[in-house]
Every structure is written in C-alpha cells, then in structure tokens.
Design a binder for this molecule. Structure first.
Ligand code: C2E
Ligand code: CA
Ligand code: CA
Length: 553
C-alpha cells in the first residue's frame, strides 16, 4: 500500500491530534530508520522510554513482557520481509507500575514516495473493562466514572439503585446459557422501561445493573422504582410458565449518604447494599445506612485479625474458666472453659461476636483444637491438687461436620494424660447432627472411651426428647434464657420441673445455667438439679484467678 501523499511526519501529527479522543493507541514504525512513534498516552501507561524512540528492538526489551519478545521479533520480521501482509498479534506490555497487560496489536505496511516501509496500526488493551454489553445493550459501568468526573465528584440529590438477579447461576445451569442470555436481555429491557427521564442505566456485571438518578429522587422513589421492576419481572416469569423461576434484589443508596463520591467508593457501597438485600433473604430491597456499613467493616477487620491470630499460633486467644457447682456435694465439680479474644485495636471481643465469624470462616477448626489442648492442659495441672477436677469444653457443629474432631479429642486426652471421665464435651443441639448416623457412630466411639457428653442450650432450640435417645448425652444443660423465664413465670417453672423430671427418669444429669443470686439457687434447688452454673458461683475468669479462688485453697 502506498502513502497517498501523507508524509510520516504528518501521520505523527495525526496520531497526536487523535490521542485525546481515543482509548486505543495509534503507532507508526519506520523500519529503515529504526524509529517508532506512538500516541503520547501510551508512554504514560507503559514502560516506554518516550512516545518516540530509535533503536526499536532494544527499547522493546524494556516494555515487552520477556516471554513474548522473541515471538514479536519473528512476527515483525516476517511482516517487513513480505512473508505476512498483516501484523496481528496478542502479547503483553509492561505498565509503568510493572504489571504485564495483554494488548492487541494490529498493523499493516505502508510505503512512502521514497520507498521507505512503515508499519502503521493500532494497539488496544484486551483486559480493559467492557464499555458496553451486547447482550443487554447497555453501557458498561466504567462509563459512570466519566459522568462522575463531569460533576467534579460533588453529587446533587438523587440515588443509586443497584439491582441484581438472585441466583442467576442456577438459571444458566438449569436452562442453559442461551436462556440465561435471554433472561439478561429481558431484565435489561424491563429495567430500561422503568427509567425516568435523565436517569442513567449501566450494566455492572452480567446479572447486575445500576440506575443512577442525579435529578433529586429520594429513597421512596428508588423503592417505588424497584417495586415496579420486580412486579414486571414476576409477570415475565409467570408469562413464560415458570420456565425459569428467578427474582431480583436491590440496594438503594441516597447521594446524601455518600461521604466519598469517587467511582470506586460508590461501587463498593452499592455492592454492599445489594449484598445486604440478598443476605436478608433476596427478592427485596435494602436501604444503605452507614451504621450497617460500619458493622460490616468491623466484621471484615475482625475476620482479618482472627485469621492473623490463628497464623500466629493463636496469640490473642485465651481460655477463661467458669466454675461448675455440684449440687449434691455442695462443692466445685470443675469448670467450663470459655473462649476469649482480645486485640490491641478492639480490646476484649465478646464470643457472641467472634465465634460466629470463626464458624463462618472455618477458623473454629484450628482455634477449637487450640482451645481443646489448652483446656486439657489447664485441667491436668489443676488435677495435681484436685484429682477429680472436671473440664468442660465447647465444640462447634462446624468442627464436627468438617474436621476429625472425635479422633482429635481422643488424641488430646492422651497427650495431656487425662482420665476421659474427667472430660466433658459440650455440644449444642442443632436438629441435624442428632439424626446423622455417621455422626452418632463416631460419637459412640468417644462415649465408649468414657468421655462425658453435655447437650448445651437445652430449652432454646429444638429440645426434642428423641434426640436424647439418639445421642445419649450424660448431662443436659438448661440454657440461661430458660432459667430466666422459669424464675419469672410459674408456667415456665413447671415446664422446667417436668423436663428435669423426665431427664432424671432417663437417668441423665441436669445442669441449670445462669444462676445469679442466692434466692434463684434456692428456687432451683427444689428441682433437684445435679449441677448449677452462673455468676452466683463465679463469672468466667482468667486461669490464675480461678486457681486462686477454687484450686489453691
Ligand atoms: P455457653 O456455652 O452457653 O456458655 C455460657 C455463657 O453464659 C457464657 O457466655 C457465660 O459467661 C454466660 N453465663 C454464665 N453464667 C451466667 C450468668 O449467671 N449470667 C449471665 N448473664 N451470663 C452467664 P460467654 O462466655 O460470653 O460465651 C457465649 C457463648 O459462646 C457460649 O455459650 C458458647 O456457645 C460460645 N463459646 C464460648 N467459648 C466457646 C468455645 O471455646 N468454643 C465454642 N464452640 N463456643 C464457645
Ligand atoms: Ca457451653
Ligand atoms: Ca450453655
């Protein structure tokens, strides 16, 4: 191909001229003079010596990903030697911050009036977020960034409504990708049809959309808009005879609640709002409140700290002990070992807050193991003074389902030279474990060793007497909430009396938790509990304190 009267110099001028209006980079490579010219923006993004340079192959070595360099040289040589008519290659360039980025480089040879060869073409980044989506026909959310820039990051009144299909993956799995695309297109059409004048709609990811209203709309308007979209989608599902059943959730963020109006912050908090709607049960909207977000951030931070603590051999965790009182001998029977966690940043964190996180993340497995060993080590020491001292350790449902907890307990008992009958394992009834035969088999292995089993939180959840037969626990622990009700209400008191009578008939022991005052103990004693526990006998306390109060008398 010949240059039609355009010199290399004017071509470089055209490149400069178009640069501000393009995301792609235009280039010219003069083979004879070993000279390269590219859109100035490319030199800001990649490790180029400048946007024009000589000694081209030496310069390539600086910003082309080393593994791709040979292939590039071969391709260019073939292009200039006429073996190939078109240079079309995907390879990597290194950005100014040192990351390799995939680029698509295309070009063809032009010859000017002096007979010199030039490669002229265009480079674009492959991984750049999609600017528009051909399935939904919507703009990609990265376009929002430009729009925010127009407002100079100061938002007028309005709202962001982030919509997301619930369980979209399932539609793809059950109905196939094609039907999935059809649903996405239909959803985008429905959302579009409820857009108000001057609102903008973007696609965030495949099944998420963002409506931006900077026209003074408020939360009520946003919820109303969501309801209309939801109803229209319900109609669509019904009209297609429930071919695919799906719903949509939404997170609503009012502009006045945005503290930092940057694109990334808005994306972060609208994502949080949508996730919250889904977490609360899906097919609903959630209104963003910064206090919820703070709670979420605290949980995220706490999760990090817990994970780090586990990496650091459980530093920050501690076993506290609460006395278990023997009502027949009127003496201390042993202690329940209760987990504590403290960090510099948060101080002492309550188990009510961190145990659910340990369970969700699976960290309860290593921490529970640590707690088991720590508790048995303490008990072993106390037994030098009180040989029959019992130690009661809590085990979570997750440890049972997802680790070899039974062999771990046996291993810990052997390691700490404990008599198994001095070890109590507390387990919360869940309504699931009790009927899992795989678990009951393992469990009976532990009972055969002589370990005692306590069923915790009795009276709060399922409290099914059949479970007692399946699990055959040794002790039933009456939860503090049940104790409280029984102390305040005759009906509940009689219910507790009946229950403990039945438990005794089955030849099991009863432990009443949450006794705080002497009068409460007196009233509960009439039910003949075997053991009691509560602040009246002692709050959970550090090991040294417990030793002073109950061991070294
Ligand atoms: P839980 O196993 O039912 O433990 C008894 C809880 O009741 C303890 O709370 C204890 O401090 C509290 N308590 C005992 N007596 C009284 C009383 O008279 N009045 C009042 N107001 N409270 C009393 P804590 O230590 O905050 O533990 C809460 C829960 O965290 C435990 O309930 C247990 O479910 C869980 N947990 C604690 N440590 C562990 C552990 O090592 N592993 C597992 N899996 N869970 C644990
Ligand atoms: Ca317990
Ligand atoms: Ca309990």
């Amino acid at each position: 191909m010949e240059f039609s009267g355009i010199s290399a110099k004017s071509l470089c001028q055209i490149i400069d001229l178009l640069d501000p209006c393009m995301d792609d980079y235009l280039y010219l490579y003069d083979y004879k003079n070993d000279y390269y010219y590219i859109s100035p923006d490319a030199a800001k993004r990649f490790l180029l010596p400048s946007n024009q340079f000589t000694d081209v192959f030496t310069a390539f070595a600086q910003f082309v990903y080393p593994n791709d360099l040979e292939e590039l040289k071969t391709d260019l040589n073939e292009t200039f030697s006429g073996k190939k008519h078109f240079h079309n290659m995907q390879y990597r360039w290194i950005t100014t911050d040192g990351r390799p980025v995939w680029i698509n480089c295309r070009g063809f040879i032009m010859r000017d009036e002096n007979g010199s060869d030039y490669l002229v073409g265009c480079i674009n980044e492959i991984g750049v977020s999609q600017k528009a989506d051909n399935v939904s026909g919507l703009l990609g959310v990265s376009n929002l960034q430009n729009w925010l820039e127009e407002y100079n990051y100061i938002l007028p009144d309005g709202y962001f409504l982030r919509l997301g299909l619930d369980d979209f993956k399932e539609i793809n799995e059950k109905n196939g990708l094609e039907y999935g695309d059809f649903v996405l297109k239909k959803t985008a059409d429905i959302i579009s049809s409820f857009l108000l004048p001057n609102q903008k709609l973007y696609k965030v990811v495949a099944d998420e959309y963002l409506i931006v209203d900077l026209n003074g709309g408020n939360a009520v308007d946003a919820h109303a808009q969501y309801s209309k979209i939801r109803c229209a989608l319900d109609d669509f599902v019904a009209e297609s005879y429930y071919n695919a059943m799906f719903t949509i959730s939404a997170g609503v963020l009012e502009c006045k609640n945005v503290e930092k109006c940057t694109y990334s912050n808005i994306m972060k908090i609208t994502e949080f709002a949508l996730n919250e709607a889904k977490r609360q049960g899906k097919n609903r909207s959630y209104y963003f409140q910064s206090s919820d977000y703070d709670t979420y951030l605290r949980k995220k931070k706490l999760t990090q700290l817990l994970r780090q603590a586990v990496k650091d051999n459980c530093v920050g965790f501690e076993a506290y002990l609460q006395p278990l009182f023997h009502c027949v001998t009127n003496s201390i029977y042993g202690a329940e070992s209760l987990l504590r966690f403290h960090t510099e940043e948060f101080g002492m964190v309550s188990p009510g807050e961190f145990i659910p996180i340990l369970e969700e993340t699976g960290l309860i497995i290593p921490v529970g193991r640590w707690m088991l060993h720590r508790s048995l080590a303490i008990a072993h020491e106390f037994q030098q003074v009180k040989p029959d001292f019992k130690i009661s350790v809590n085990i979570s449902y997750i440890q049972i389902m997802k680790s070899n907890i039974i062999s771990e307990i046996i291993y810990a008992i052997n390691t700490h030279q404990m008599d198994p009958s001095n070890v109590i394992i507390e387990l919360t009834e869940s309504g699931q474990l009790e009927s899992d035969t795989r678990f009951t088999k393992l469990w009976s292995k532990l009972k055969d060793q002589g370990v005692q089993l306590a069923l915790d939180d009795f009276g709060t959840g399922y409290s099914n007497f059949h479970y007692l037969n399946d699990l055959k626990p040794d002790i039933i622990k009456i939860d503090r909430s049940f104790t409280l009700k029984a102390l305040q209400n005759d009906y509940e008191y009689n219910l507790l009396a009946l229950m403990s009578g039945m438990v005794h008939k089955l030849d099991l022991k009863v432990c009443i938790e949450g006794i705080e005052y002497e009068t409460e103990l007196a009233k509960m004693r009439q039910l003949f509990p075997d053991y009691c526990q509560g602040y009246y006998f002692g709050k959970p306390m550090a090991v040294e304190q417990f030793r002073q109060n109950f061991i070294d008398l």
